[in-house]
Design a protein around this ligand. Sequence first.
Ligand SMILES: *Cc1c(COP(=O)(O)O)cnc(C)c1O
Length: 384
Amino acid sequence: MTADTITFPGESALPGEHLAEALISSGNLLHNFRRIQEHIPENCRVMGVVKANAYGHNALWISKALENLGVSDFGVANVEEAVPLRKHKAVSGSSSILAFCSPLPSHIALYLKYDITATICDFNMLRTAESIASAHNIPLKVHVKIDTGMGRLGITPETAFHLLKAVEESPHLRLAGVYTHFAQSTRHGSFTAGQLETFTKICSEFEHHTKRSICKHAANSGGIICRSDACLDMVRPGIMLYGYPPDDRLKNNIDLKPVMQLRAKVIFIKEVEAGTTISYNRTWTAQSRRRIATVSAGYADGYHRALSNLAKVSIMGKTYPQVGTVTMDQIMVDLGDSSDVRVGDNAVLFGWDGPSAGDIAKAAGTISYEILCAVSSRVTRVLA
Ligand SMILES: *Cc1c(COP(=O)(O)O)cnc(C)c1O
């Protein structure tokens, strides 16, 4: 599996050096996967959450790598993300792909054609899905989603049992699972416990009624770390696979390694006198004679403008402050009076050799998730 043999749709990188690239470490992915496995019961399955292009890491590579580790369940946001995984054979025909979003009626045919599992949240969608599946005469796999407190998608707990029964009785629907999602899985307190209790009660009632067990899942990364009782039959880790805790306060609870390193080339170096200002709106002024490097990544690559004058970058193992306003295509870095750095060196914006995506998130006032997902399609993904 190399960058040459699999390219992400829409990606047509030139061979050779890249001005900005995201190195993807399958070794660190494996490390994180093992740490997750240590946290969950032995008979509990791991769904690989690969939505949003695997949090920016290249969903085709990550899915393939996870399948090689034995994962046979994948989660994506919607059917549009699911279809390329099938088309490019990133996952095999025997693995399932669950789309978390409630489907659009016009997309049901795609679910059927590509064997994607649909999330059913109400009776309207159940009827629509049943009639389209019936017209195609192909069974549609579904998971029912129950809203136990997230307030985003799902059937209310009061009617969940009836929806489950109605799916079970629909001739062209195959009930393959039932799930819920936690609103504050990393916080202490009773809210998550209440969500879990509501969920498991409905599931037991249904399993008792049908006399068969069904795949029940609830835990995202926060649930896995903070609530071992929430693991049930399957867990749905996303951010932990990619090397970050769901909340920075939990970073000592599990040993994870970043899977992505974002780096860009130093493309220009100049010496400036005291009083020289750098970049748009002149938000930084040199206090003395300095060397300033221009690095070839900016907010169009996913390096947020909010990081202006707040972040650090690492070049050849040394840390330097980013100075001046982040521009669309470049940032500037204050090298001080150091003359070690040369044009063509790599500046690590975040990853295993530089600040973490968590550090960058803190500086930008956001979470590691958003920093990873923001890495844009202009950045070439390269297997490390
Ligand atoms: C994104 C998502 C996950 C993964 O969440 P993490 O916090 O990244 O582990 C799990 N389940 C659902 C339904 C999601 O949307």
